[in-house]
Design a binder for this molecule. Structure first.
Ligand SMILES: [Fe+2]
Length: 423
């Protein structure tokens, strides 16, 4: 584990601290050298048409002047760079070796350390990183280039056809008005409670108007009841096989004044990036009419297929809002490029429930085993336990070596134990 300090040694005879296969300083030095070589190899980077400043930690910054067709590396410039990257040299190597997707790699450190965030013209930064990869992606087709786009429908076969063709489909009348009322009330009460308690999770730009409720299994029986919905059985096994598990179960309340989220796919955690297979499927239940104006999820139709990725992940231009009436469900492939849209209404909230499944061999975003409240456990049906991952599949998920297919994992006196399904 490079960079992770070893823990305490319990047995003096097993002290490995004097042993070394090379120091971290050497790794940084060799990464730095290799990253330089890669950039040199990729010159002239003629498509960039920009001036980049690149900083590798405490190394002297350098510039890639690709404003004309013949790019060169320089140590200084009088001009203002189009973009400044403060990036680990190993990421340059990983882009080159196709182990890291540029839209993920460029920003992942910036979420925790502002100084690591690229500054300036972000599409230039993305283009630069794309050009380092073996096969730079194509931009997605714009929504207005399609003759037809998915429309909300009760025809489930049509929804499935739309998911295959466009990466998303919209099923209507999934929830009745009364059911919407019950679930919306649960969302609003929970959201208000978390705000009052000072534990609300806000996002959607500097003002943070949007609110997200995480781990809905803990937050009301209404959310457990929703997991019995047959729309799950209709789509999830069809798309992901029998053993898909919940990676996150959240509510997202989009409020006016939000900044649209950056475009992403929901399988961003799959690194190296594998686009040939969908690893997940998201079911988004609409609790209000969702429109273009109130923050409807923006999508690039058809962007689930092929080596496709938008250059500018901060603009909604070329996308379409997945608008539909309350009670509908937007169901989408985890490879689809999408983002929460801007809510341009004066006052409307746009609450949705997001139920995201991934194949069972993918680590869940929400660590359900630790997040689940102990008092909720007795309420869980075997169906929900399976959905949360308390069930062995494909020789995974067992306790103490018991990994036969189809066993439930339970707690007993503070440790896990196994049991067969009750038939
Ligand atoms: Fe998403």
């Amino acid at each position: 584990m490079a960079g992770v300090t070893p823990g305490k040694t319990f047995n003096p005879g097993l002290d490995f601290s004097s042993r070394s296969y090379g120091s971290l300083a050497n790794k940084l030095e060799s990464d730095f050298k290799r990253a330089h070589e890669i950039i040199q190899e990729k010159l002239p980077l003629g498509e960039l048409k920009a001036l980049l400043c690149v900083s590798f930690g405490n190394k002297p910054r350098f510039y890639i002047d690709a404003r004309s067709g013949t790019a060169q590396l320089t140590d200084s410039t009088q001009d203002e760079p189009d973009v400044t990257l403060n990036i680990k040299p190993e990421y340059i190597i990983q882009f080159y070796e196709k182990k890291l997707e540029p839209r993920y790699g460029l920003f992942k450190d910036g979420f925790f350390n502002e100084a690591s965030m690229p500054s300036g013209r972000i599409p230039v930064a993305i283009k630069f990183a794309d050009l380092l990869t073996p096969h730079p992606p194509m931009p997605p087709k714009h929504a207005d280039q399609f003759n037809r786009l998915p429309q909300p429908t009760e025809d489930i076969d049509q929804v499935k056809g739309d998911i295959k063709e466009f990466g998303y489909g919209i099923a209507t009348n999934v929830l009745t008005p009364d059911q919407i009322t019950i679930i919306k009330k649960a969302v609003q009460e929970q959201a208000a409670g978390e705000r009052e308690a000072g534990i609300a999770q806000m996002d959607g730009g500097p003002q943070g108007p949007n609110q997200r409720l995480w781990t809905l299994v803990n937050k009301g029986e209404e959310f457990l009841d929703l997991l019995n919905h047959p729309i799950i059985d209709e789509f999830i096994p069809w798309f992901l096989g029998e053993h898909a598990i919940i990676t996150t179960y959240t509510a997202n309340i989009v409020r006016p004044g939000n900044v649209p989220m950056q475009f992403h796919t929901d399988q961003v955690a799959v690194q190296p990036p594998i686009r040939d297979l969908a690893f997940g499927m998201n079911i988004m239940f609409y609790l209000e009419d969702v429109t273009e104006r109130n923050g409807g999820t923006r999508v690039y139709p058809g962007s689930h297929i092929g080596q496709v990725a938008p250059l500018d992940i901060f603009t909604v231009e070329g996308t379409v809002a997945a608008a539909a009436p309350a009670g509908s469900a937007l169901i989408f492939d985890s490879r689809l490029w999408h983002a929460t849209g801007p809510n341009r209404e004066a006052s409307d909230e746009r609450p949705v429930i997001l139920l995201f499944f991934m194949r069972s061999f993918i680590r869940q975003q929400e660590n359900n085993f630790l997040s689940l409240r102990k008092d909720v456990w007795p309420k869980l049906s075997d169906r929900v336990k399976r959905m949360l991952g308390f069930y062995t599949t494909g020789a995974l998920g067992g306790v103490d070596g018991e990994v036969r297919e189809g066993l439930f994992v339970e707690w007993k006196e503070g440790v896990g134990k196994m049991r067969a399904p009750i038939t």
